[in-house]
Design a protein around this ligand. Structure first.
Ligand code: NAG
Ligand code: NAG
Ligand code: NAG
Ligand code: NAG
Ligand code: NAG
Ligand code: NAG
Ligand code: NAG
Ligand code: NAG
Ligand code: NAG
Ligand code: NAG
Ligand code: NAG
Ligand code: NAG
Length: 568
């Protein structure tokens, strides 16, 4: 078998972000393309018939910048990456997309594909492309490493599991590395798509390439707008061959519904006694799970046969291949083969397609996708706490810029809360509403029953101190100082000997215990740990080496597609 290393001229990246909400009543499908940093109120249809909207309705923080985008990136509309949104402040900044509630019942178990796109373009004139953390629905997604010139994107597929909100958050992880994003896309998939992944695990794409095509394929050929890269032009001396199917139609009734276009042309060998092989030496995360797609291109007569075995890392083991070897591509139809749990050998892997001894024709391949599983999806912050935080949100405009999961992923909590753990479903243990200029009265947030600290210092709250503040079973610190509270202090508070209560600086409060109102009280039971005040939130110091201890457990999975070789 002759071996040829073909460097695939794959595009290093692309950028698209879209937010076009297409609610089809029957299926409640989402096809939303958000052009980040675009303040355009008018949807814009790009060269791929994808409708892009500005990001205003989905994010409340950050700054808009413009860059000169590369104009000749096939499959990508340069306008989409010519604006970006950067987030120089805050612990994390989030895009939040609500899925239509009426459609919720039908999308309950549905899977979505979310793609985030980045093009730095030296927007800040610092020639310093940043690295930062990307998160979705409280889960870690990826440590994004941007470059000077590439458009990069990354993609996650996960089940909504009855959630009606998708959020994507960016968090700073290194000093001076300001997170930014160029485009964000959400596409509903069929609920049984990529179902070899359990519904409580996300899939991160590592590779998606159509070998026979002579261009990138995405929407509208792929109704889910997956991006199928191509391998570039074949050299004149190549022993590889692109062959067009002569089938009048190709029926694609396989579970992951790839576009018919990837079956119209295939990659095979010129010489019928040679085989196709694919190997990759980039440092991919493992184990990988592949979908391989095949379709026969000619109507075979009785003396012709095309049949081959898939061999992973030189090991003729059928046990991770479904359906089992050999592969016999069907004519006028499509075949999908799962190859699961592929690990690398000596930091590379190979997939070889060896003809069986009765095959008269060379092997062929239409397309490959590869995924890794992420960590189990989190439930998210306790729903009672989330609901109560929503009341605060609704009441005070100063808090409304915060979205995404309040606690997760740890340590990227909202600046004004603290949480009890980095578990699946943490509780909120502290509210730091001090110094925010809040006015009026507090909504009843007593459902947040795990609260230990409530700091309302230096606001303009008026009227009586709400009774519900006395109902928190674990409350240890309540700072009401420097407000405009009036009336009496509820006895549930003044009688709570475990509570460190400070109501000083409220001139209209009528006080029986003057120490509460003049200087504030330490907890009235001795406690060795109480001397250190906990009513100021400990801030997370930016990690010096750029990776916080809680940074991504998964290695980087940014989708910079670099196929190092098709070995023939
Ligand atoms: C759209 O396609 C036309 C024709 O191919 C091209 O001239 C134009 O630059 C493209 N627009 C963008 C924004 O990529
Ligand atoms: C970057 O430099 C260019 C050219 O010197 C200038 O026009 C532009 O305003 C600068 N942008 C920023 C964000 O400093
Ligand atoms: C989604 O909701 C339905 C109906 O309320 C319930 O039966 C189902 O178990 C839920 N699924 C998940 C994954 O929570
Ligand atoms: C086809 O490949 C076989 C095995 O590599 C080789 O022996 C044969 O010469 C090749 N035929 C042509 C026409 O190149
Ligand atoms: C591959 O990645 C691992 C873990 O990130 C690293 O230890 C190793 O040095 C890398 N190997 C190569 C060849 O880059
Ligand atoms: C089958 O097709 C091949 C290639 O076109 C041809 O050479 C061969 O004669 C055909 N055999 C029969 C039995 O038709
Ligand atoms: C995947 O392969 C590794 C070693 O190759 C093995 O230890 C592991 O059990 C496999 N996992 C599954 C889910 O089959
Ligand atoms: C692993 O790769 C290195 C460098 O490519 C090579 O020198 C070494 O022999 C390989 N080891 C094995 C076991 O294949
Ligand atoms: C093909 O291989 C199988 C198993 O290796 C063997 O039993 C069979 O005889 C071979 N057929 C031919 C035509 O060589
Ligand atoms: C009180 O809060 C305001 C913002 O509402 C802030 O400007 C001021 O510095 C705060 N006062 C103190 C003493 O922290
Ligand atoms: C205290 O109450 C008086 C009388 O109701 C009112 O005029 C004054 O503004 C209040 N002071 C504060 C700090 O709320
Ligand atoms: C109570 O609050 C006031 C005003 O913020 C502060 O000066 C005082 O030190 C606090 N008392 C205690 C015991 O923390």
């Amino acid at each position: 078998m002759s071996t040829l290393l073909l460097n695939l001229l794959l595009l290093l990246a692309f950028a698209h972000f879209s937010c076009f909400l297409l609610l089809v009543p029957v299926s409640g499908k989402v096809f939303l393309s958000i052009d980040c940093g675009s303040s355009s109120l008018k949807p814009r249809t790009d060269n791929n018939s994808i409708v892009w909207v500005g990001d205003g309705p989905y994010v409340r923080t950050g700054e808009i910048h413009e860059v000169n985008a590369p104009t000749d990136v096939p499959g990508f509309d340069s306008d989409v990456v010519s604006t970006l949104r950067a987030f120089p402040s805050r612990n994390k900044n989030c895009y939040s997309i609500d899925i239509d509630n009426k459609a919720k019942s039908t999308t309950a178990a549905a899977r979505v594909l979310v793609r985030a796109n980045f093009y730095y373009g030296n927007y800040d004139n610092k020639s310093s492309p940043p690295t930062f953390s990307l998160q979705f629905n409280g889960n870690k997604w990826e440590q994004i490493v941007t470059t000077m010139d590439d458009i990069t994107y990354t993609e996650v597929i996960f089940s909504l599991n009855n959630r009606s909100n998708i959020n994507v958050c960016l968090a700073q992880t290194k000093p001076h590395n300001i997170p930014f994003i160029s485009a964000l896309e959400v596409r509903s998939l069929d609920s049984d798509a990529y179902s070899y992944a359990p519904s409580d695990y996300p899939l991160f794409i590592q590779l998606r390439v159509a070998f026979g095509t002579n261009t990138i394929i995405r929407y509208p050929e792929d109704s889910f707008d997956r991006i199928w890269n191509w391998i570039g032009p074949l050299s004149s001396t190549s022993t590889l061959l692109r062959v067009r199917s002569n089938a009048p139609s190709i029926k694609v009734d396989i579970e992951d519904k790839p576009p018919e276009a990837i079956f119209r042309t295939t990659l095979t060998r010129l010489n019928s006694s040679e085989d196709i092989a694919y190997s990759d030496t980039t440092n991919l995360t493992v184990p990988l799970n592949f979908n391989a797609y095949f379709s026969e291109v000619i109507k075979l007569n009785s003396t012709q046969k095309r049949s081959f075995n898939i061999v992973v890392n030189d090991n003729l083991d059928n046990s991770f291949i479904f359906p089992k070897n050999p592969v016999i591509p069907p004519y006028g139809r499509a075949l999908e083969v799962h190859i699961v749990n592929v690990t690398t050998f000596n930091s590379s892997f190979s997939l070889e397609f060896f003809r069986t001894n009765d095959s008269t024709l060379p092997s062929l391949i239409n397309a490959l996708e590869a995924f890794t599983f992420g960590e189990k999806l989190v439930q998210g912050t306790n729903p009672k706490d989330v609901k109560a935080l929503g009341l605060l949100h609704k009441t005070f405009i100063q808090l409304q810029d915060w979205s995404g999961d309040p606690c997760l992923p740890s340590p990227y909590t909202w600046d004004w809360v603290a949480c009890d753990s980095d578990n699946d479903s943490p509780r909120v243990t502290a509210l730091y509403l001090n110094d925010l200029g809040l006015e009026g009265t507090l909504p009843d947030f007593s459902a947040m029953s795990a609260l230990e600290t409530i700091n309302l210092n230096n606001n303009s709250f008026t009227q009586g101190i709400p009774e519900f503040l006395g109902t928190f079973p674990k409350l240890k610190v309540l700072n009401l100082a420097d407000n405009h509270f009036s009336g009496a202090i509820p006895s549930s508070l003044s009688n709570n000997v475990n509570l460190k209560l400070n109501a000083s600086g409220n001139p209209n409060l009528s006080c029986t215990d003057t120490s509460i109102c003049n200087t504030g009280l330490e907890s009235r039971i001795p406690s060795p740990n109480n001397s250190n005040s906990t009513d100021t939130k400990p801030r997370i110091p930016p990690p010096s080496n750029g990776k916080s201890s809680n940074a991504l457990a998964q290695p980087i999975t940014i989708l910079v597609i670099m196929l190092s070789g098709l070995v023939l």
